[in-house]
Write a protein that binds this ligand. Structure first.
Ligand SMILES: Cc1ncc(COP(=O)(O)O)c(C=O)c1O
Length: 349
């Protein structure tokens, strides 16, 4: 069995990924250029949206999506608590009020009932992250008549009732950080069907050579990153198949373990960006034991937003934070590593 430490995430970088990057480096065009345009077109086509704008990160994508919806001070944006602080930052970048809500306990996604209760006359948007690769209930969310920004940072290729996550919302955002499903080191994208919104996002993405002055950003992606993104996207089906294959083994091997497995929901095709289990008591001690055995596991969300902000309530998020563990699951796992993860998890549970 494998003796090395098994990391919690590791990108799968192929020779053709590397060749693509090298050819961009040799071309002399390393900043935003033709590879960025190609990546935009390919991801939009894969997800099923008309247009895309590549940016420097998922955070930048969220920020620009909110700005073009006109989100500003006095407005409210509904977001879940059980998500990374990038989502809260984006609302705060716009000076708007984040309205933080609880999650569905089974899928860890934003609670549709809670969104419904939180909706006011000031609600400008709801950000819906598809957590850990499991799509949120887009049918019910679409009925709430609130502009939806789907956050697909963790769910490229997941689908809800046969339709790709990222194709439902008015806008959808993606992240290509090194640990993500498509790893481009850093990067993000906004997808949208509206020409008008897309041209405004493009306008805000860069500041130089303009006749007028408004606050604009340097949120551009480079052709180096885009080349990696394009090459990774060409393997997306293989990546997802591999993730599902490992998940199937974990479901089988862990069925008698002393924790709850991810819940399968009808019509929601999970890509297992994270394999999140729920323990009966606090998970921190288990995470330490797993790490001591060289299987690097994590709390799937470092700290929920309501904890950062000291807000009371949020029973489902609090329970999820205290009792969940993300076990390594990614396409670059080798057979020996998978065997070790299974053996260590079974031993501890
Ligand atoms: C759900 C979600 N949204 C947004 C982000 C932010 O993406 P980035 O790190 O590319 O800014 C992340 C990153 O971890 C994320 O998981």
């Amino acid at each position: 069995m494998c003796d090395e430490i098994i990391p919690h995430s590791r990108p799968l970088i192929s020779d053709s990924d590397i060749e693509g990057v090298v050819s961009v480096m040799k071309s002399g065009q390393i900043a935003q250029g033709p590879r960025v345009a190609e990546f935009e077109e390919k991801l939009a086509g894969f997800i099923g949206k008309k247009k895309a704008v590549a940016v420097s990160s998922g955070s930048a994508a969220l920020h620009l999506a909110l700005l073009v919806l006109g989100v500003k001070e006095e407005d409210e944006v509904i977001i879940p608590s059980f998500v990374c602080s990038a989502v809260l930052n984006a609302v705060n970048f716009c000076g708007a009020t984040p309205v933080i809500v609880d999650i569905e306990p089974e899928t860890f996604n934003i609670s549709v009932n809670a969104v419904q209760r939180a909706k006011t006359g000031k609600t400008k948007a709801v950000i819906v992250p598809h957590m850990f690769g499991c799509p949120a209930d887009m049918e019910r969310l679409s009925e709430l008549e609130i502009p939806v920004i789907e956050d697909c940072a963790q769910a490229v290729g997941a689908d809800f009732k046969g339709q790709k996550a990222g194709s439902f919302g008015l806008l959808s955002v993606f992240s290509f950080y090194a640990t993500k499903v498509l790893a481009a080191a850093e990067g993000g994208m906004v997808l949208c069907d509206s020409e008008d919104l897309v041209s405004r996002i493009k306008d805000l993405r860069e500041y130089d050579n303009r006749d007028d002055y408004i606050l604009r950003y340097n949120y551009k992606m480079t052709d180096i990153q885009a080349s990696l993104g394009i090459s990774q996207l060409s393997s997306i089906e293989t990546f997802i198949d591999k993730r599902r294959e490992i998940a199937t083994r974990y479901f089988q091997e862990f069925k008698n373990c002393n924790f709850s497995l991810p819940v399968w929901k009808e019509g929601r095709e999970h890509i297992y960006y994270r394999f999140v289990i729920k323990t009966e008591d606090n998970s921190s001690g288990y995470i330490k034991r797993l790490q001591k055995n060289k299987v690097m596991c994590q709390h799937p969300v470092y700290k929920p937003l309501h904890v950062y902000l000291n807000l009371p309530g949020f029973p489902h998020t609090s329970e999820a934070w205290q009792k969940t563990i993300s076990i390594p699951l990614y396409p670059s796992l080798k057979e020996k590593e998978i065997e070790k993860i299974i053996a260590v998890v079974k031993e501890i549970f």
